[in-house]
Design a protein around this ligand. Structure first.
Ligand SMILES: [Zn+2]
Length: 269
């Protein structure tokens, strides 16, 4: 069954979650302990079917090359290398923040708010709990586990943004960017569009600088790139800076998610 196509303005399609991802979109915790033989036999039943939505922008002829930069602020701190580069070069981006990150990063967040033309603030949940309505672990992170817990993760994340910005977010990206079909439907019914992506820029901020820069360089017109802005000590941040500046040098424009939505509306698509 096809899910909402973001009011027909953005092409949103679901792709199967890969059973093993070489690069994870989120920072994984330690791998689960090896199961004993008996436990492994008892756990043969498949877990819930997880979906990882893909999001790309429609290409518009005559408007030049464009990508959307999306950065997750999961928890922890702020990568000033990335934030400074975006501000200095006047590069717009969509920032997905958790309530948890907001509490601990008032100063970097105020810098973002000081540039409303550059930064669109969207919902990454309350506590960085995967918005999955079944009790599973994803990359070692325990999911919300029930529809009630998904609702809290999504709504409390939105309320924290309303409190901080006065504006209710319209996009949601859950921790790990994976969902069940039912959790996607639930989140959409709450009024959010699911923010997938099409290029994994920094592999959960775990990649080296040069590999990260190459991932950014692989972006094509219409791609939505995901990376992280909350890991100042990781080498990946240097690659993000290089990668974004390289795209800029090649003539790419950078669009916020809502910006392209409006553009497409104006074109009646
Ligand atoms: Zn995250």
């Amino acid at each position: 069954m096809a899910i909402s196509t973001a009011r027909g303005l953005l092409a949103l399609s679901l792709i199967m979650a890969q059973p093993v991802l070489a690069e994870t979109p989120e920072t994984p915790t330690m791998p689960a302990k090896p199961l004993s033989t008996m436990a492994a036999k008892a756990n043969k039943a498949p877990g819930p079917h997880l979906l990882e939505p893909k999001l790309v922008m429609a290409r518009i002829q005559g408007e030049g090359l464009a990508v959307a930069l999306t950065f997750d602020a999961c928890m922890g701190a702020t990568d000033a290398r990335i934030l400074d580069m975006l501000i200095a070069n006047e590069i717009p981006a969509t920032i997905f923040v958790t309530a948890r990150w907001l509490k601990r990063n008032p100063e970097p967040f105020s810098r973002m708010l000081a540039h409303p033309d550059l930064f669109e603030i969207e919902n990454h949940g309350e506590n960085h709990v995967p918005a999955v309505d079944r009790p599973v672990k994803i990359y070692g992170i325990a999911a919300a586990g029930s529809p009630e817990a998904v609702a809290r993760e999504v709504e409390a994340g939105a309320e924290a943004i309303v409190k901080a910005t006065g504006k209710r977010p319209t996009w949601f990206r859950g921790a790990t960017a994976k969902y069940t079909r039912t959790s996607i439907q639930q989140i959409q019914a709450m009024g959010f569009e699911i923010a997938g992506y099409s290029v994994n820029g920094d592999g959960g901020s775990l990649l080296g600088a040069s590999v990260t820069a190459k991932h950014f360089a692989s972006a094509r017109d219409g791609d939505v790139i995901i990376a992280h802005i909350n890991q100042p000590s990781h080498a990946a941040g240097d690659g993000v800076v290089k990668g974004v500046l390289s795209l800029k040098a090649r003539g790419y424009r950078f669009l916020k998610l809502s910006e392209r939505r409006e553009t497409l509306t104006a074109k009646g698509l």
